[in-house]
Design a protein around this ligand. Sequence first.
Ligand code: GEK
Ligand code: PPY
Length: 244
Amino acid sequence: MEVDTIFRSEESASSPFAFNASVAAVFDDMLKRSVPLYREALDLQMKLADRFYLPGTRIYDLGCSHGNFGVGFLEAAGDRDFSMVAVDNSKPMLEIYEKRLSVRRGSGRIQLCCEDITTIPMEKASVVVMNLTLQFLPLAMRDEIIGRVFNALVPGGILLLTEKVVHGDAFLADIQQESYYGFKAANGYSSLEISRKREALENVLVPETLEDHHKRLGKAGFSMVEIYLKWFHFTSFLAVKEKK
Ligand SMILES: Nc1ncnc2c1ncn2[C@@H]1O[C@H](C[S@+](CC[C@H]([NH3+])C(=O)[O-])CC(=O)[O-])[C@@H](O)[C@H]1O
Ligand SMILES: O=C(O)C(=O)Cc1ccccc1
Protein backbone atom coordinates (compact mmCIF):
# COMPACT_ATOMS: atom_id res chain seq x y z
CA MET A 1 0.00 0.00 0.00
CA GLU A 2 1.47 3.36 -1.04
CA VAL A 3 1.91 5.77 1.89
CA ASP A 4 -0.01 9.07 1.88
CA THR A 5 2.61 11.84 1.92
CA ILE A 6 0.45 14.37 -0.01
CA PHE A 7 0.43 17.05 2.70
CA ARG A 8 4.11 16.73 3.54
CA SER A 9 4.87 19.11 0.67
CA GLU A 10 4.43 22.85 1.07
CA GLU A 11 2.61 23.41 -2.22
CA SER A 12 -0.12 20.88 -1.26
CA ALA A 13 -1.88 23.52 0.87
CA SER A 14 -2.04 26.12 -1.90
CA SER A 15 -4.71 24.35 -3.95
CA PRO A 16 -8.07 22.91 -2.90
CA PHE A 17 -8.28 19.16 -2.24
CA ALA A 18 -9.08 17.15 -5.39
CA PHE A 19 -9.47 13.47 -6.23
CA ASN A 20 -6.59 13.51 -8.71
CA ALA A 21 -4.06 10.80 -9.66
CA SER A 22 -1.77 11.51 -6.68
CA VAL A 23 -4.65 11.11 -4.22
CA ALA A 24 -5.98 8.02 -6.04
CA ALA A 25 -2.55 6.32 -5.78
CA VAL A 26 -2.43 6.64 -1.97
CA PHE A 27 -6.16 6.54 -1.30
CA ASP A 28 -6.30 3.30 0.70
CA ASP A 29 -3.62 4.50 3.09
CA MET A 30 -5.34 7.91 3.34
CA LEU A 31 -8.68 6.28 4.22
CA LYS A 32 -7.14 3.89 6.72
CA ARG A 33 -5.29 6.68 8.56
CA SER A 34 -7.95 9.43 8.21
CA VAL A 35 -11.34 7.75 8.56
CA PRO A 36 -12.08 6.15 11.93
CA LEU A 37 -13.96 2.84 11.55
CA TYR A 38 -13.72 2.95 7.73
CA ARG A 39 -13.44 -0.86 7.46
CA GLU A 40 -16.16 -1.49 10.00
CA ALA A 41 -18.52 0.86 8.13
CA LEU A 42 -17.71 -0.83 4.83
CA ASP A 43 -18.28 -4.32 6.26
CA LEU A 44 -21.68 -3.30 7.64
CA GLN A 45 -22.59 -1.65 4.32
CA MET A 46 -21.85 -4.91 2.51
CA LYS A 47 -23.93 -6.95 4.96
CA LEU A 48 -26.85 -4.49 4.80
CA ALA A 49 -26.64 -4.29 1.00
CA ASP A 50 -26.80 -8.07 0.85
CA ARG A 51 -29.74 -8.13 3.29
CA PHE A 52 -31.82 -5.56 1.37
CA TYR A 53 -30.87 -6.32 -2.25
CA LEU A 54 -33.81 -7.51 -4.31
CA PRO A 55 -33.44 -9.62 -7.48
CA GLY A 56 -34.02 -7.62 -10.65
CA THR A 57 -33.03 -4.32 -9.03
CA ARG A 58 -29.78 -2.36 -8.88
CA ILE A 59 -27.29 -1.24 -6.28
CA TYR A 60 -25.92 2.26 -6.87
CA ASP A 61 -22.59 3.22 -5.30
CA LEU A 62 -22.43 7.01 -5.62
CA GLY A 63 -18.89 8.34 -5.23
CA CYS A 64 -17.44 4.83 -5.47
CA SER A 65 -13.77 5.99 -5.66
CA HIS A 66 -11.53 3.01 -6.51
CA GLY A 67 -14.13 0.46 -5.55
CA ASN A 68 -13.63 -0.78 -2.01
CA PHE A 69 -17.37 -1.32 -1.63
CA GLY A 70 -17.92 -2.94 -5.04
CA VAL A 71 -14.84 -5.17 -4.91
CA GLY A 72 -15.72 -6.29 -1.39
CA PHE A 73 -19.35 -6.95 -2.34
CA LEU A 74 -18.30 -8.89 -5.45
CA GLU A 75 -15.97 -11.11 -3.41
CA ALA A 76 -18.63 -11.74 -0.77
CA ALA A 77 -21.33 -12.48 -3.38
CA GLY A 78 -19.58 -15.49 -4.92
CA ASP A 79 -21.76 -16.67 -7.80
CA ARG A 80 -24.90 -14.89 -6.63
CA ASP A 81 -26.62 -12.64 -9.12
CA PHE A 82 -26.66 -8.88 -8.62
CA SER A 83 -26.33 -5.69 -10.61
CA MET A 84 -24.36 -2.64 -9.45
CA VAL A 85 -23.80 0.77 -10.98
CA ALA A 86 -20.72 2.46 -9.51
CA VAL A 87 -20.40 6.17 -10.22
CA ASP A 88 -17.54 8.63 -9.69
CA ASN A 89 -16.35 11.69 -11.60
CA SER A 90 -12.66 11.05 -10.84
CA LYS A 91 -11.06 9.30 -13.80
CA PRO A 92 -7.92 8.26 -11.88
CA MET A 93 -10.11 6.56 -9.24
CA LEU A 94 -12.14 4.67 -11.84
CA GLU A 95 -9.00 3.57 -13.70
CA ILE A 96 -7.82 1.83 -10.53
CA TYR A 97 -11.32 0.37 -9.99
CA GLU A 98 -11.34 -0.99 -13.55
CA LYS A 99 -7.97 -2.72 -12.98
CA ARG A 100 -9.21 -4.28 -9.77
CA LEU A 101 -12.28 -5.62 -11.58
CA SER A 102 -10.30 -6.94 -14.54
CA VAL A 103 -8.61 -9.64 -12.41
CA ARG A 104 -11.84 -10.81 -10.74
CA ARG A 105 -14.43 -13.33 -11.88
CA GLY A 106 -17.97 -12.14 -12.51
CA SER A 107 -17.08 -8.45 -12.51
CA GLY A 108 -19.55 -7.84 -15.37
CA ARG A 109 -22.10 -7.47 -12.58
CA ILE A 110 -20.57 -4.06 -11.82
CA GLN A 111 -20.91 -1.25 -14.34
CA LEU A 112 -18.52 1.69 -13.91
CA CYS A 113 -19.76 5.12 -14.78
CA CYS A 114 -17.51 8.21 -14.96
CA GLU A 115 -20.19 10.84 -14.35
CA ASP A 116 -21.33 13.53 -11.98
CA ILE A 117 -23.71 11.92 -9.48
CA THR A 118 -25.94 15.00 -9.54
CA THR A 119 -26.90 14.36 -13.17
CA ILE A 120 -27.02 10.57 -13.64
CA PRO A 121 -30.43 8.95 -14.02
CA MET A 122 -31.26 6.34 -11.38
CA GLU A 123 -34.04 3.77 -11.30
CA LYS A 124 -35.09 0.42 -9.86
CA ALA A 125 -32.69 0.62 -6.93
CA SER A 126 -32.98 -1.49 -3.81
CA VAL A 127 -29.69 -0.23 -2.32
CA VAL A 128 -27.98 3.15 -2.73
CA VAL A 129 -24.59 3.66 -1.07
CA MET A 130 -23.19 7.15 -0.49
CA ASN A 131 -20.07 6.61 1.58
CA LEU A 132 -18.46 9.99 2.38
CA THR A 133 -19.67 11.55 -0.87
CA LEU A 134 -22.60 13.88 -0.10
CA GLN A 135 -20.24 16.04 1.98
CA PHE A 136 -18.37 17.01 -1.22
CA LEU A 137 -21.44 18.26 -3.09
CA PRO A 138 -22.46 21.94 -3.00
CA LEU A 139 -24.96 22.46 -0.16
CA ALA A 140 -27.58 23.70 -2.60
CA MET A 141 -27.59 20.35 -4.48
CA ARG A 142 -27.89 18.03 -1.51
CA ASP A 143 -31.68 18.09 -1.04
CA GLU A 144 -32.25 17.34 -4.69
CA ILE A 145 -29.96 14.32 -4.88
CA ILE A 146 -31.36 12.75 -1.71
CA GLY A 147 -34.84 13.31 -3.15
CA ARG A 148 -33.81 11.61 -6.40
CA VAL A 149 -32.32 8.70 -4.45
CA PHE A 150 -35.62 8.27 -2.59
CA ASN A 151 -37.57 8.30 -5.87
CA ALA A 152 -35.19 5.78 -7.47
CA LEU A 153 -35.63 3.31 -4.59
CA VAL A 154 -38.23 0.55 -4.74
CA PRO A 155 -40.42 0.17 -1.61
CA GLY A 156 -38.34 -1.56 1.06
CA GLY A 157 -35.13 -0.19 -0.52
CA ILE A 158 -32.37 1.52 1.49
CA LEU A 159 -29.94 4.40 1.43
CA LEU A 160 -26.64 3.79 3.24
CA LEU A 161 -25.29 7.26 3.91
CA THR A 162 -21.98 7.86 5.69
CA GLU A 163 -20.89 11.43 6.36
CA LYS A 164 -18.50 13.52 8.35
CA VAL A 165 -20.91 15.55 10.50
CA VAL A 166 -20.23 18.47 12.79
CA HIS A 167 -21.86 19.15 16.17
CA GLY A 168 -24.10 22.23 16.30
CA ASP A 169 -22.66 23.19 19.67
CA ALA A 170 -19.28 24.94 19.34
CA PHE A 171 -17.78 23.33 22.45
CA LEU A 172 -18.76 19.81 21.39
CA ALA A 173 -17.61 20.55 17.82
CA ASP A 174 -14.18 21.38 19.29
CA ILE A 175 -14.14 18.11 21.23
CA GLN A 176 -14.98 16.25 18.01
CA GLN A 177 -12.16 17.98 16.16
CA GLU A 178 -9.66 17.46 18.98
CA SER A 179 -10.49 13.74 19.11
CA TYR A 180 -10.28 13.45 15.34
CA TYR A 181 -6.94 15.22 15.04
CA GLY A 182 -5.70 12.98 17.89
CA PHE A 183 -6.72 9.98 15.74
CA LYS A 184 -4.79 11.37 12.75
CA ALA A 185 -1.72 12.15 14.87
CA ALA A 186 -1.77 8.64 16.34
CA ASN A 187 -1.79 7.37 12.74
CA GLY A 188 1.43 9.22 11.92
CA TYR A 189 0.24 12.51 10.42
CA SER A 190 2.22 15.55 11.65
CA SER A 191 0.43 18.67 12.86
CA LEU A 192 1.63 20.45 9.71
CA GLU A 193 0.11 17.72 7.49
CA ILE A 194 -3.12 17.91 9.50
CA SER A 195 -3.42 21.70 9.20
CA ARG A 196 -2.52 21.75 5.50
CA LYS A 197 -5.22 19.21 4.76
CA ARG A 198 -7.72 21.17 6.84
CA GLU A 199 -6.98 24.22 4.69
CA ALA A 200 -7.22 22.26 1.43
CA LEU A 201 -10.59 20.82 2.49
CA GLU A 202 -12.04 24.23 3.41
CA ASN A 203 -15.20 24.78 1.29
CA VAL A 204 -14.56 21.42 -0.42
CA LEU A 205 -15.69 19.02 2.30
CA VAL A 206 -18.56 20.85 4.01
CA PRO A 207 -20.00 18.86 6.93
CA GLU A 208 -23.51 19.41 8.27
CA THR A 209 -25.10 18.61 11.62
CA LEU A 210 -26.95 15.40 12.47
CA GLU A 211 -30.14 17.47 12.56
CA ASP A 212 -29.53 18.76 9.01
CA HIS A 213 -29.20 15.17 7.78
CA HIS A 214 -32.27 13.92 9.65
CA LYS A 215 -34.29 16.85 8.31
CA ARG A 216 -33.19 16.25 4.72
CA LEU A 217 -33.85 12.50 4.88
CA GLY A 218 -37.29 13.15 6.35
CA LYS A 219 -38.10 15.77 3.73
CA ALA A 220 -37.13 13.36 0.96
CA GLY A 221 -39.62 10.81 2.32
CA PHE A 222 -37.51 8.49 4.49
CA SER A 223 -39.56 7.80 7.63
CA MET A 224 -37.24 5.15 9.11
CA VAL A 225 -33.68 6.25 9.88
CA GLU A 226 -31.09 4.51 12.07
CA ILE A 227 -27.53 5.53 12.94
CA TYR A 228 -25.69 2.21 12.82
CA LEU A 229 -22.18 3.54 13.46
CA LYS A 230 -20.69 6.74 14.88
CA TRP A 231 -17.21 7.92 15.87
CA PHE A 232 -17.49 11.62 16.72
CA HIS A 233 -17.71 13.23 13.25
CA PHE A 234 -18.03 10.00 11.30
CA THR A 235 -21.63 8.87 11.13
CA SER A 236 -23.36 6.10 9.19
CA PHE A 237 -27.10 6.32 8.56
CA LEU A 238 -29.41 3.57 7.37
CA ALA A 239 -32.53 5.11 5.76
CA VAL A 240 -35.34 2.79 4.68
CA LYS A 241 -38.03 3.55 2.11
CA GLU A 242 -41.13 2.13 3.74
CA LYS A 243 -43.20 -0.51 1.96
CA LYS A 244 -46.66 0.94 1.42
N1 GEK B 1 -20.30 15.27 -8.05
C1 GEK B 1 -19.66 14.12 -7.96
N2 GEK B 1 -19.95 13.13 -8.84
C2 GEK B 1 -19.32 11.93 -8.77
N3 GEK B 1 -18.38 11.64 -7.83
C3 GEK B 1 -18.06 12.60 -6.96
C4 GEK B 1 -18.67 13.87 -6.98
N4 GEK B 1 -18.14 14.62 -5.97
C5 GEK B 1 -17.23 13.85 -5.35
N5 GEK B 1 -17.17 12.62 -5.95
C6 GEK B 1 -16.33 11.47 -5.59
O1 GEK B 1 -16.68 11.07 -4.28
C7 GEK B 1 -15.60 10.33 -3.73
C8 GEK B 1 -15.48 10.69 -2.27
S1 GEK B 1 -14.48 9.55 -1.34
C9 GEK B 1 -15.59 8.18 -1.28
C10 GEK B 1 -15.06 6.94 -0.67
C11 GEK B 1 -15.71 5.69 -1.19
N6 GEK B 1 -17.16 5.79 -1.26
C12 GEK B 1 -15.28 4.50 -0.38
O2 GEK B 1 -16.12 3.92 0.33
O3 GEK B 1 -14.11 4.13 -0.46
C13 GEK B 1 -14.61 10.11 0.29
C14 GEK B 1 -13.43 10.75 0.86
O4 GEK B 1 -12.38 10.75 0.18
O5 GEK B 1 -13.55 11.27 1.99
C15 GEK B 1 -14.36 10.68 -4.56
O6 GEK B 1 -13.88 9.55 -5.23
C16 GEK B 1 -14.84 11.78 -5.51
O7 GEK B 1 -14.23 11.73 -6.76
O1 PPY C 1 -11.85 15.71 7.23
C1 PPY C 1 -10.67 15.42 7.13
O2 PPY C 1 -9.76 16.06 7.71
C2 PPY C 1 -10.29 14.26 6.33
O3 PPY C 1 -9.11 14.01 6.19
C3 PPY C 1 -11.37 13.45 5.68
C4 PPY C 1 -10.96 12.86 4.38
C5 PPY C 1 -10.55 11.55 4.33
C6 PPY C 1 -10.15 11.01 3.10
C7 PPY C 1 -10.18 11.80 1.96
C8 PPY C 1 -10.61 13.12 2.04
C9 PPY C 1 -11.02 13.64 3.25
